[in-house]
Every structure is written in C-alpha cells, then in structure tokens.
Design a protein around this ligand. Structure first.
Ligand SMILES: Cc1cc2nc3c(=O)[nH]c(=O)nc-3n(C[C@H](O)[C@H](O)[C@H](O)COP(=O)(O)O)c2cc1C
Length: 217
C-alpha cells in the first residue's frame, strides 16, 4: 500500500477484538519502530512499557478512570498496549550511554568526532534546560515522534491502533512505580484488530482542507 493510502485509511480504533492477538514477530517489528524513531540530537528520552498479558493490561486500565473510563475497554481488549514514557530529566548517565552506544555503533570515524558530538549535544540540552527552560516539554515532543512512527508503522503492518492521552498519569505512575524509575507516562497506544463495535471504522475521515494547511513559501 502506498504511503498516502496508508495515511488516509488508517484510523483510531474505538473497539478491539479480544480474540485477536498480535504475533510475536509483529511485536518485534513494533519494537523496532519505537527504538528507531528519530529524536532531536538522538536524545531518545523515552522508555516503552509493553503489555501483552491480561494482567498487565488490567493494571494499565486502572488509570482509565473517572472521565477517562471510556478508554478502559480498549486497553483491556486490545492485543497489546504500549505505555510511552518520557524520562524525568536528561541526566549525565543517559547522555553518556547514548554517546557510548554511538561509538560502539561506529559513528565516530575520527578520534575528535566523539568529543564534538558530546559538546554539541550538551549545548542543546543546556539550551532547553537553562535558556528556554522547556526541557520536560522538549523531551515530550521527542516521545510523540515515537508515537507518530508507531501509528503509521502499525497501519503498515495491518494493525489497528488507538492512541490515548485519556488516562490519569498519577494513577499509572503509582501502579508501575514509574516516578521512582525516573519516568513519566505521557501517552498510551492500544494495538490489535478492530472489534465489531469500532464505530470510527465506519465513519469517513475528516481533516482541514489542504488550502488551510499549506502555504507555498
Ligand atoms: C496524542 C493523541 C491522544 C489521543 N487520545 C485519545 C483518547 O484518549 N481516546 C480516544 O479514543 N482517542 C484518542 N485519540 C484519537 C484522536 O481522537 C484521533 O486520532 C483523531 O480524532 C483523528 O482521527 P483518526 O486517528 O481516526 O484519523 C488521540 C490521538 C492522539 C494523537
């Protein structure tokens, strides 16, 4: 399927068939999509909780409470749910781990390349932490790139998906002790196969017209 057809035919599934499980190798491809998502200065300020068991999904569904209760059945009935978390901060240990991995992966052909990369990355971190003072928001933006990559990729793999911001992050953090692990959940993605009650599959898609969105510069 060409990319435009994928973009215009994928949709947010509002109901999942609990009998349809995503096979292991396909989960492997979803993990690759998340892991290889781009991020500013390759900062990868994320962590992904992967839930495929009824018990794990039930724990996540606890956060679909109060005004978010409408999301609970999607979490319970989907084959898998991904909890996209953002790191609490951009600490030295994380930055060192990225740099070490880049070296291991052969990204520094010249001896001075590694130090150049370290300094350039630190400059961006300092910009967002000390000047713009938007470090958590900046890191969250990177996490949403992983979300976008996952959503389009899931469609390409023939899966249905439902991204969800409708949950209580404090309840979810308490349930999985995310706070003490230096993580903050920002968005969930239920994945699987749509169920008969997926009313959104029957509706036409709606987007603002291209004329309102694009300007030739
Ligand atoms: C970040 C984000 C959060 C969303 N949160 C929810 C949610 O909590 N529950 C839900 O049913 N849909 C949720 N949606 C789905 C949107 O309503 C949907 O993407 C939008 O209406 C466009 O429709 P489409 O995805 O079918 O093209 C969310 C989508 C995004 C991208």
């Amino acid at each position: 399927m060409d990319i435009a057809t994928l973009a215009t035919t994928r949709h947010t599934a509002k109901d999942f068939d609990p009998g349809r499980k995503i096979p292991g190798p396909v989960i492997g491809q979803l993990r690759i999509l998340l892991r290889y998502s781009p991020s500013s200065i390759n900062s990868q300020p994320w962590h992904f909780g992967m839930a495929g068991t009824a018990a794990a999904k039930a724990r996540i569904a606890k956060a679909a409470t109060g005004p978010y209760a409408y999301n609970a059945p999607k979490i319970q009935n989907a084959s898998h749910v991904v909890v996209i978390c953002v790191r609490a901060g951009m600490d030295d240990a994380h930055l060192d781990a990225i740099l070490a991995q880049e070296q291991k992966d052969g990204r520094f052909p010249l001896p001075e390349d590694m130090e150049k990369q370290r300094k350039s990355r630190l400059a961006y971190v300092a910009l967002h932490r000390d000047v713009r003072r938007d470090l958590p928001h900046w890191m969250e933006k990177q996490a949403y790139l992983a979300l976008g990559t996952l959503l389009l990729g899931a469609a390409a793999l023939g899966l249905d998906a439902c991204p969800m911001e409708g949950f209580d992050p404090d309840v979810l953090s308490n349930e999985f002790s995310f706070g003490s692990k230096g993580l903050r959940p920002v968005v969930l993605v239920a994945l699987g196969t749509r169920g008969a009650g997926d009313w959104n599959a029957k509706l036409p898609k709606s987007r603002l017209l291209a004329e309102a969105l694009f300007t030739e510069l």
